[in-house]
Design a protein. Structure first.
Length: 69
């Protein structure tokens, strides 16, 4: 199973969105997104961060987590 951070990174790259762009859209700091995408945060993104990332990518949280569309 792919880690959530890796999925976020893959979805961002598939949409040709830079990290800076995603940070601007989701209201995150660059370093925070880096930690999330690298799965370096033991707790992962908060529910609020995950919702904002999903919306910025044009997805639902469930899709981002790898669930049903």
């Amino acid at each position: 199973m792919t880690a959530l951070g890796q999925r976020i990174k893959a979805e961002r790259k598939a949409r040709q969105i830079t990290m800076r762009e995603l940070c601007d859209r989701a209201g995150l700091r660059f370093t925070r997104l880096g930690y999330i995408e690298s799965d370096m945060d033991n707790y992962g993104p908060s529910d609020n961060e995950l919702r904002r990332i999903a919306e910025a990518l044009g997805m639902t949280v469930e899709q981002l987590r790898g669930g049903a569309s």
